[in-house]
Design a binder for this molecule. Sequence first.
Ligand code: ADP
Ligand code: MG
Length: 779
Amino acid sequence: GSVMEKVLQKRSLRMRNMQRAWQESPEGKRMLEFRKSLPAFKEKEGLLQAIARNQVIVISGETGCGKTTQIPQYVLESEIESGRGAFCSIICTQPRRISAMAVSERVSSERGEPLGETVGFKVRLEGMKGKNTHLLFCTSGILLRRLLSDRNLNGITHVFVDEIHERGMNEDFLLIVLKDLLPRRPDLRLVLMSATLNAELFSNYFGSAPTFHIPGFTYPVRAHFLEDVLEMTGYKLNSFNQIDDYGQEKMWKTQKQLAPRKRKNQITALVEDALSKSSFESYSSRARDSLAAWAPDCIGFNLIEAVLCHICRKERPGAVLVFMTGWEDISCLRDQLKAHPLLGDPNRILLLTCHGSMATSEQKIIFERPPPNVRKVILATNMAEASITINDVVFVIDCGKAKETTYDALNNTPCLLPSWISQASARQRRGRAGRVQPGECYHLYPKCVYEAFSEYQLPELLRTPLNSLCLQIKSLQVESIGEFLSAALQAPEPRAVQNAIDFLKMIGALDEKESLTHLGKFLSMLPVDPKLGKMLIMGAIFRCFDPVLTIVAGLSVRDPFLLPQDKRDLAGTAKSRFSAKDYSDHMALVRAYEGWKDAEREGSAYEYCWRNFLSAQTLQAIHSLRKQFNFILKEAGLVDTDASLNNKLSHNQALVRAVICSGLFPGIASVVHRETSMSFKTMDDGQVLLYANSVNARYQTIPYPWLVFGEKVKVNAVFIRDSTGVSDSILILFGGALSNGIQAGHLKMLDGYVDFFMDPNLSDCYLKMKEELNKLIQK
Ligand code: ADP
Ligand code: MG
């Protein structure tokens, strides 16, 4: 120990010298001036003391007051200043990878260092850190993963769990694990940070841990609700007939006939009437769905455009932040605005986007000030709500929605709907306008709708399927998943837990006694959904790795096939060209990706994407994720270093189909042919529909008795997104119980993949299987 001790002491002194040199340099001084202006700075000494004296503390303070960038940095600086810099190791978790990256970059520049020196980051499949890194920003998922192999977090001195008010699944999960860990690590310091005031909930969870509030200063922001917005912009409501599809004819047809002057009050009255029939919470699902389908997708981008025009023509300078539901909406609106004579003029408007999958270079621009007389307009998802602070925002446009997954445990179906945000989120969004001067916030929904919002959002743990989570819990060597989860801040329904356990048993990740199988262990190490992890392993075993890699990467990023509202049919036709009678969206994806690679080589990638309604950005993301998965599987020894060996059977369509089936099971639907139409039934007899741009939706008949699919989503009916046709024998061979036989011992199998079906219990299937396998090989 003492040699090590000396080395660390020496390093600590060097760290102190470097820190002092920076603080005394002109740039360092300027930076320090800025940092001193943040509200957190006034509390610095108190915070450091509270952290030193208590094992757990909860800090709350408004977004932008300096929690994330400052407080972990204060701890780092004070350790360095006291000559203990090399002995401390601070981790600060973020719910999203993009904030972990942005924040670490910011903090290292505040310290005048390159990223990856004292300050680094680590997110799924990416990171910048070195042996001198003592403050690491990572996603909560990364810390959980570390806890799997290092249950006591040896060597870590401080853990900050940030943005806990969001109640993300990983954060709630982390808190259970950390609470259990604290007694074993009395020297470890845990700091929870939240943007809202409800700190007691967390404090109570940790046996009345002290709370600390950072009083912030923000300028007042005036709230304008839909009534005022319509009046202000003179926006005509005629476009409301767009929303007839959503079963609201009555409400809006009356609306259309009203004189513009009267509309304002009428809107309030109509919505109030709808709401008064029952409380918002217990609203009948149909009425609620139609209400949910309302803004802004239905009011249309036109209203947002009108508000933007209003701001640009009539208002003072200042950036505009527009909260939208997702990337699709953002890119559609961006295209629409680019074609607008005022808003599309780059000499007057700097139009930017901010969402989870943007590139790091894009990220930096949103913080920069635009040239004089140019107004910055940022179209953002709710990511800009709390984790990212853009200082010069004066105007906020809030559509009132966020796309969130909810989970219907009874039907075991995830639902992806843009749903109303909570009052807390709406306030948060509004607050973004008051950072540098008094601001304005345009809420595109009536005041009475705001009043009907729930106060806080439901924790993610209670609204998502728990498959991956339960697998991770199991790999923490937990006996009973149910018992473990009952220790959460708010425990999920037993039904939801049971569904996840059943699922994990079904895919062979857990055995009958709920213990982790070898397959389960592998899957818990792969940073993908367990189903997709299984598909990857199968693709490696069966030597058709490349196409499977593309499919898995595609399913974990998003669909690269675009579906513009006004060109649905053309887009569908373009996509079906990639299907070539495969009856498979997954194969279409593989072909589209490979075509893009070829086009890139020939320098025609842009035209290729344009012609085929493909998103170059998504293809690029798939491309890099592919590389990363490939790397991980190589590290784990699951694929050969010789790529041609891994792809010996990649050309074999039927085999790829079989591997897709093995991964997606039990996502299967039977194809029921009627005289003129087809319908699709899932195992539990539920009726499902195909997404409009599925290649399978374009056929009259499908020559396969089954479709396997990745996920079903409840929108207004239950839909399956991507599907692939499979035969009976493939289903018997690769769906469910049989493929569970494939465990770690078999993973070394190379070409002789018949062997692991040699179990004597399976002898009556065996002949059929052998026949099928021979067919597969010979094709
Ligand atoms: P909190 O975590 O309390 O929301 P942060 O620590 O993220 O606050 O940010 C504090 C302040 O630092 C912000 O108000 C902003 O002025 C500034 N800031 C943060 N990130 C950046 C960045 N990437 N570029 C420029 N300024 C930034
Ligand atoms: Mg923060």
